[in-house]
Design a protein around this ligand. Sequence first.
Ligand SMILES: C[S@@+](CC[C@H](N)C(=O)[O-])C[C@H]1O[C@@H](n2cnc3c(N)ncnc32)[C@H](O)[C@@H]1O
Length: 313
Amino acid sequence: MIDLANYQNLKDLVAGVLAVWPAHEKFISKSLEERSADVLKSSDRMALLIKTLSAHEPGGLEGLCKSYKFLCEDIVLPEELHFRRHGTYRLSNFVDAEREVYSNADFMRQYMDGLLVSSVLWVNHTQALHHYVNTYLPLLPAGANHLEIGPGHGLLLYFAASRPEIGSVTGWDASPTSIANTKSALAALGVTRPVSLTLKNLFDTTDASSDQSYDSIVLGEVLEHLEEPVAALRNIKRWLKVGGRVWVNVPANSPAPDHIFLVKSPEHACELVREAGLEVEDSAAFAMTGTTLEKALRRQLAVSCVVIGRRVD
Ligand SMILES: C[S@@+](CC[C@H](N)C(=O)[O-])C[C@H]1O[C@@H](n2cnc3c(N)ncnc32)[C@H](O)[C@@H]1O
């Protein structure tokens, strides 16, 4: 294990996970070895946020770490086995995902808590978040109107709200539970500026008042949950001002019980953005822990695909 003496929060989170799951040490070691000093610094910052959030959870940090173990062993592993056998995700429509996953409150809570911890321990998740904080947010013009669709655990919205040069911060989510989570996370993390949070499905375009309103829209880990990702991106185009940007993070080859649209590669993610009429300004791809990008693409292993799209007309 690398020396974490300069990264106390990361050290605490790793200790918390190893206390409930000692056999995970080899994976964590590998995941940490693959990080640059900059990414380790971001990991430590995110670990501090997770520790802060855990203080408001009934099970504390131990509860979050147990949920992380549940995510890896009981949620993702069976789906991974299906994907390896059949080359497809197990479910392909929203109704089934709703029945099996979204409507199961206890399962959802453990799933979302586990994902929060994965944002620090799965190197592709950390690198995507690092890209958002260090590459994407600094691109935004002063006074930008910023919207995140599907903020869920609220970490990404927190980073936007922490930048005073961003003019307004808004979140839309189709799930009342997610809206409540985002709201309590922002409060726990000490956000005092106004953040507008609305229950809204991104396929709902009945209200035209949001058209051409945003300089920035974020869609982190949402497209893979949709039957029609291009239709969703077309709506995003309509809500962006001309010149505005979207930051998309979508995993390729990443089975989970509520992933119903299979993105096959980083290029496939870029094609979806182009198909919706947006220009691809930048893109990046981060392979899962324990492999190189080249090997991950060859073997259809999970890769986080980040795309910055721009509305040019
Ligand atoms: C996996 S979480 C992503 C959390 C966070 N954005 C991230 O990058 O880690 C997906 C979120 O998208 C929301 N979502 C799914 N479908 C949606 C839709 N059609 N409209 C709006 N939100 C949606 C879910 O409720 C959930 O909060």
